[in-house]
Design a binder for this molecule. Structure first.
Ligand SMILES: CC(C)(COP(=O)(O)OP(=O)(O)OC[C@H]1O[C@@H](n2cnc3c(N)ncnc32)[C@H](O)[C@@H]1OP(=O)(O)O)[C@@H](O)C(=O)NCCC(=O)NCCS
Length: 271
């Protein structure tokens, strides 16, 4: 994928209702150029898939085929090429599957790991001071590594450079948020220990900050259903579920500690 392909992808993504921007595509292409594939038909891009490679695992995102080209094997072909490349460099591959693509991923050996609830919350007026938690990043990085059994530092550093981070010192928990188009996306959001109270404290602060960023716009988070503390906290703050995906894994499995992953770092595409 070249930079000249970005506008086509963004247009198809917008039609799917996905939140994505040029910065995200640059991050993908910069981190793993061999993992960003585009299929052309008569010189026009009609299919895309991207991977973010960490140290011992990778994440597949943004598998998208132009509506007119669907049903002819292109999605499966792109996935097959990408998986072959990833198998050569990492033992484990994750993704969050939309319902329409679950069967396709299953055919490539992906297994169910955990349902993921996309939750929408409302911003709130609160006495919140804007904050950037630069000093908190090392703590967030090591908590993320503990939960995922991998070092995802490169991806997190890129994401966090454009996000606000709040830190709950009492529990050693972290929540980052950023504006994606007209809404706020929460993530990464990690709990020092699995309990609803720190999740509620951090979410309250996040919703106050969000009011300053997007007014009454939506705040969204992809919450692993297995994180009971986060699900309870979101519900306590009147969050509602708007869709569901499925986190799937292929290859060697290390224990992922979903009980402390209060939300994925990104909305679907990067884990
Ligand atoms: C999912 C997607 C990438 C599949 O691309 P594709 O080129 O149609 O895929 P393939 O032709 O290789 O078909 C793979 C499977 O997708 C499903 N599929 C195929 N055409 C489809 C269509 N028009 N509508 C819905 N599902 C379809 C079928 O299960 C198919 O299996 P089959 O070959 O046994 O019939 C494509 O439907 C798409 O871009 N969807 C919107 C974006 C999306 O949801 N992406 C997945 C993110 S996790």
């Amino acid at each position: 994928m070249r930079e000249a392909d970005f506008p086509s992808f963004l247009e198809f993504a917008r039609r799917e209702g996905w939140s994505c921007d040029t910065a995200e595509l640059r991050a993908f292409a910069g981190a793993n150029p061999d993992g960003c594939l585009v299929a052309d038909e008569d010189g026009e891009p009609v299919g895309f898939v991207m991977a973010y490679r960490h140290v011992r695992s990778a994440w597949i995102g943004n598998l998208l085929v132009a509506p007119r080209a669907r049903g002819h094997g292109l999605g499966g072909h792109l996935l097959g090429v990408l998986i072959e490349r990833l198998d050569a460099v990492v033992p484990t591959v994750y993704l969050n599957a939309a319902p329409v693509a679950r069967e396709l991923y299953g055919r490539f050996g992906f297994q169910e790991l955990c349902p993921v609830a996309r939750m929408r919350l409302a911003t709130s007026i609160g006495d919140v001071v804007f904050e950037r938690g630069g000093a908190s990043f090392p703590g967030l990085m090591s908590l993320d590594a503990e939960c995922w059994g991998d070092c995802r530092r490169e991806m997190l550093t890129t994401m966090l450079s454009a996000r606000w981070v709040v830190h709950d010192v009492q529990s050693g928990s972290y929540l980052a948020l950023g504006v994606v188009e007209d809404r706020v996306a929460i993530g990464p959001f990690l709990l020092g220990h699995s309990a609803p109270e720190p999740a509620v404290r951090l979410l309250r602060r996040a919703l106050g900050i969000s009011r300053g960023l997007v007014g009454e716009g939506a705040v969204v988070a992809d919450v692993p259903v297995a994180c009971a503390a986060s699900m309870a906290a979101v519900q306590e703050l009147s969050g509602e579920q708007i869709s569901e995906t499925l986190c799937m894994v292929r290859g060697e499995q290390v224990g992922v500690d979903f009980s402390r992953i209060a939300s994925f770092a990104s909305l679907g595409s990067k884990g």
